[in-house]
Design a protein around this ligand. Structure first.
Ligand SMILES: [Fe+2]
Ligand SMILES: [Fe+2]
Length: 370
């Protein structure tokens, strides 16, 4: 079935064309890769997995409760607007919220695939090209996975959010080779990773849990790549050049915090203009969402600090957003945890399959003896 049949708001039928900017670079030096980068490349190769095999697609998903989480996580929960809604409408709210969220993950993954392919082309060093090539494959697998999840399990999709699109556009139209890293690896992926993490940790449903945990296992490498490449490069940039990067980060962070909220779901659910405002207002004040929004910066802030964009101006911007504390998060610890969670999930599933197989064997033997 065409995805266009699943879009609840029609998506553009043509491709979205972003003009290419900058040079595709060849290098003839094949032998001076950084050890750390090559080690990451090796890991990228070793850890490829196939979503068709690793994920248990037979698991059922209830589209009206995709993640199996309490309604307290819904922005308008327990507001007069929510209390006026019929049980059917509330179900629609649950479905559309999840469809919107996973659709943005999907479009973001396609964006990540395109940005990493662009890095392959434009980055000057071969070791980074090698690594980015494995990331391109990772992102293809992620996009494939989220697309299948939406198509087979949720049955409803949203077009890309206009603000996410704007951020992707400014990331891709810049001819400086480090900008796709900064826009994609640091900002968009940082945000996505934090959102995946919250959902991975609160979902009670095994299928989304597998998807989120396995995707996050790969993302830990992507963040490490961005940090490594940018930390080396930014060490040698001038004040002015660093300032331009900081402006980009500050603007991008405000955009992600204030604009990526899914207003289109409220409009699409047939709420009146006044009710959409009411929903927006509730989103602004929801305690859960306030916490969620600040958690969204748990990966971005320490990463920005780590790559050396840490002027008083940037710190002030984070203080104004109320997320400066996140600078104390240990990225290494978070990423180690992401990898461990995925490994542990594999172990548990494998152990269970093992037990089931043993039981089956025992049963067969017993039948044979009878
Ligand atoms: Fe990804
Ligand atoms: Fe990624």
């Amino acid at each position: 079935m065409s995805t266009h049949e699943l879009y609840t708001i029609p998506a553009e039928l043509s491709t979205w064309d972003v003009e290419m900017a900058g040079s595709s670079r060849f290098t003839w030096e094949y032998d001076d890769g950084r050890d750390r980068m090559l080690a990451l490349y090796q890991k990228g190769k070793d850890k490829q997995w196939d979503s068709a095999k690793r994920i248990d697609w037979d698991l059922e998903v209830d589209p009206y409760n995709v993640l199996g989480i309490p309604d307290q996580t819904i922005a308008i929960y327990d507001t007069p607007l929510w209390n006026r809604m019929s049980p059917e409408t509330r179900n629609e709210v649950r479905l559309h919220g999840a469809a919107w969220q996973f659709s943005q993950f999907l479009h973001g993954e396609q964006g990540a695939m395109i940005c990493s392919a662009k890095i392959v082309e434009s980055v000057p060093d071969l070791d980074s090209k090698f690594y980015a090539a494995t990331q391109t494959m990772d992102e293809a697998r992620h996009a494939e996975t989220y697309a299948r999840f939406l198509q087979e399990k949720v049955g409803l999709a949203y077009p890309i959010n206009e603000h996410l699109k704007a951020l992707l556009d400014s990331t891709l139209t810049d001819s400086r080779w480090d900008m796709p890293y900064l826009g994609m690896q640091v900002l968009i992926e940082g945000l996505a990773l934090a959102a995946f993490g919250v959902m991975r940790d609160i979902t009670t449903k095994p299928l989304p849990k597998q998807i989120l945990a396995y995707v996050m296992q790969d993302e830990a490498r992507h963040v490490a790549f961005g940090r490594m490449a940018l930390r080396d490069y930014y060490r040698d940039l001038s004040e002015t050049e660093l300032r331009e990067r900081e402006d980009f980060v500050i603007e991008g962070c405000y955009l992600m915090r204030d604009r990526l909220r899914g207003r289109e779901t409220w409009e699409n659910l047939g709420l009146t203009a006044a009710e959409v405002e009411e929903a927006e207002e509730a989103t602004e004040h929801s305690e859960y969402l306030r916490l969620f929004r600040s958690l969204l910066f748990s990966r971005i802030v320490p990463c920005v600090k780590d790559i050396g964009l840490w002027s008083p101006r940037l710190q002030q911007a984070y203080a104004d957003m109320g997320v400066l504390d996140m600078a104390g998060q240990s990225l290494d610890a978070l990423m180690k945890q992401d990898e461990d969670i995925a490994d542990k999930l594999d172990e548990e599933r494998f152990a269970q399959e093992e037990t089931e197989r043993h039981a089956e064997v025992a049963e067969t033997i017993a039948q044979g003896m009878e």
